[in-house]
Design a protein around this ligand. Sequence first.
Ligand SMILES: N=C(N)NCCC[C@H](NC(=O)CCC(=O)O)C(=O)O
Length: 446
Amino acid sequence: MKQFEVNFDGLVGPTHNYAGLSYGNVASLNNASAQSSPKQAAKQGLKKMKALADLGMIQGVLAPQARPDVDALRRLGFSGSDANVLQQAAMQAPAIFQACCSASSMWTANAATVSPSADTADGKVHFTPANLTNKYHRSLEPQVTGNILKATFANQQYFSHHNHLPDNEHFGDEGAANHTRLCRQYGERGVELFVYGRYAFDKSKPAPVKFPARQTFEASQAVARLHGLSDDNVVFIQQNPDLIDQGVFHNDVISVGNQNVLFYHEQAFLDTDKAFAEIKQKYGTGDLHFIKVTTDQVSLQDAIKSYLFNTQLVTLANGDMAIIAPTDCEENPAVSAYLNELVTLNTPIKHIRYYDVKQSMRNGGGPACLRLRVAMNDTELAAVNQSTMMNDAQFERLNNWVDKHYRDRLSVDDLRDVALLNESRTALDELTQLLKLGSVYPFQKG
Ligand SMILES: N=C(N)NCCC[C@H](NC(=O)CCC(=O)O)C(=O)O
């Protein structure tokens, strides 16, 4: 049986904009109100997907969410026609209105936590959509994320879909951004690492003081239980709270893992030695590479700005690993010097590839934020909705679809235009046909 890691990238939605919605995410705050280009953003994303497919990786695509979220605004008391709802909300509560317009579902690392069948008690691939409770704009995502995941992984024999955790800060869950998996081969049982920012039910434990810790220990534990993971293949690690206070709002901003490699900044975790000893013990035999980047090599500021750790580590057909980095890493002298050296060291990482995902980076989303990893064997892969897989034909279709429906420029003021709502709905309705998803959006359900 063959085994793969498949990356499902989020397609950028037609309302991609910079609204400064994510307190604790430095890029989002710094770029608030800048003009965006939804078309360029979607095309940058598609190019990365295609490039990975061309590298021999199996690549999928996840549909974006429908925005502006008129139902969310109606729930908050805005009424009348859709045009009225948008106008009233934009005038009376601009910050709430902007939150309801975000294209944030593009960062599919936050869509869900996924456990492959080799790790779970019932031998199915398990999905739990993230509730994303910490940010209102993101808390609007989980229901439709669940619909999209069910339409993409539509076979109940192989895929098990859970509800998102309770919508409450105590169970704040940010999905795969705080989860990584170490294993020898993708189809073998691995060690799942859950990284959390704070304890919700124990105030005596360390926690950040300035910026919010979005993921709780209790949420991570609940996901591990739901997925039927056993104690000897999970490790729970607390993220260093000082780093959250410096802008490391998800663990995937400061570490990334793939197979037998954990690539991390020395300040990433609390109690690193204890956590690594547990990982080694649970991983068992075989080479395990902990690739540590010290503060002397790359400062925290450079790591956060360049997104050195929000890179994808992928295994190529010949067994080498490649690091898929944003061009921002290439442009940062300390980081590019580090990466050039890294590929000469005695680790599995042998290649670097840079991609321009700047439209997403300006909102704090690098290459790794844009993808959800799903390790599968060939039987499971064959059960995935094949229209969601990236190939030459689908790449061309999706590019044409973007050209047809997306605006070149968008500013926050354009979001209230009911024409944008209608354009987005037309585009997404067509997309559900291209990807054969059926009806996944509330506006399609009538
Ligand atoms: N690290 C990972 N996996 N994901 C990155 C998510 C970025 C996203 N930014 C935003 O939602 C900004 C939207 C705005 O400001 O318009 C967030 O903070 O949740």
